[in-house]
Design a protein around this ligand. Sequence first.
Ligand code: URP
Ligand code: ZN
Ligand code: ZN
Length: 473
Amino acid sequence: MTKLIKNGTIVTAVDEFVGDVLIENGKIAAVGKDLSINADTIIDATGKYILPGGVDQHVHYSFDYKGERVRGFETSNAAIVGGTTTVVEFVNQEQGKGMAETIEKFDKEEASKFAMVDYSFHGVVCDPTEALFKEIPTLPDKGISTIKLFMAYKGLPFHSDDEAVFKALKASKDAGVTVMVHAENADVIDALQKESIEKGNTSPYYHAETRPVLVEKEATQRAINLAKMADSPIYIVHVSAKEVMETIRTAYNEGVPVYGESCTQYFVLDKEDLARPNFEGAKYVLSPALRTEEDREALWEAINKGWLNAVSSDHCGFNWEYQKHMGKDDFTNIPNGAPGVQDRLSILWSYGVNTGKISKQRLVDVFATSPAKINGLDHKKGHIGVGLDADLVIFNPEVEWTISNETSLHGVDYNCYENMPAKGKVEQVFLRGKLMVDKGEFIGQQGDGEFVPALPFGSCYEGIKIEETKVNI
Ligand code: URP
Ligand code: ZN
Ligand code: ZN
């Protein structure tokens, strides 16, 4: 079965032109202008954009905060209606168990049964034993090439100290496993939180007050120093603030292989959202905390200039009514994280491209192409190129609409972008050539998503033989 998408404006991380895309056996078989090829199905994309399906490298479909668990892969249709065709899920290593073993169990019992997008995994270090450090270099054999350590969250089972981060960096570097860190100073946050609660400052607003920018900046610099001592690359996730971005940029300019991701919420939401009355502020409790307008502007500039490499959602489907309320009398018990997997493209387009803050090419890069590369998925995902999976989004730039929880498929009772106007909407989404979203509505099925093995970092260059690319001069 072949499909030909005709006359769309094809946007890649480096290009933009009106053309056609041929899909054959789930792959992109040809890309070009006026392709004169017969196909079983013709899709007219005149006036629309054809974008590569998004790669959201930071989602949580199994995260547990003090006993409260997020909604799982059974809600991953939210990702695909928002234009994301691949997600990378964080799986917490079970105590006393291997990383691969834990991930394989989760895949078998949940992801493979329910996923409605393609998916890959990051292992989260929770039990940093010598056995684990021996296992890390073998993870790419199982298609797992990224691990995360949480420098934050003192006292929770997934917190890691500097020794664990350093050892993980050393164990990973020669195997092409990328170490990601959640960089916040756990001890200082813990001290500030205790002080705040003792003073009776228990409302959601104090979540931000007890997580100032400096706790993130200090841990980011420390993580970079640990990476330097281990002589390893490092990836800082969910960068929230100007000073943190600048810390990464400075180190990178000095030659440290440090990369950074930010998330949708840090581009449009504000610390003051935490002060919303009637416990509405709890909807915005996520870590690192939301910041200020100055930070937002700096982050837009950073993605436009390439100082940060990806924008993810950090999607966490916690319900406000019966989960966030766990912290009604003590903000430290509010589950950290907010939903957003459906809204990443809409926000980046409406508030980035439409305002002139970022180019369409930079959007595609941070939304799909770079996260595919960083996570070892670019052998299949993240770009409109011959031989890659036919993961494609047909995007209508003219549709004006309003973001609302009523049309959100994430399975929770709020959307933190509620009532935000948007211009530009996903109309159709193809996953490996299969039409999964039509007229903006999900038409796929649970289990349609497949595991995508992640190759070790840098392996996309292994097949390139320089001597074969002869240039006549
Ligand atoms: O608040 C957040 N971001 N929750 C999800 C877990 C994490 O820190 O990534
Ligand atoms: Zn984190
Ligand atoms: Zn996260």
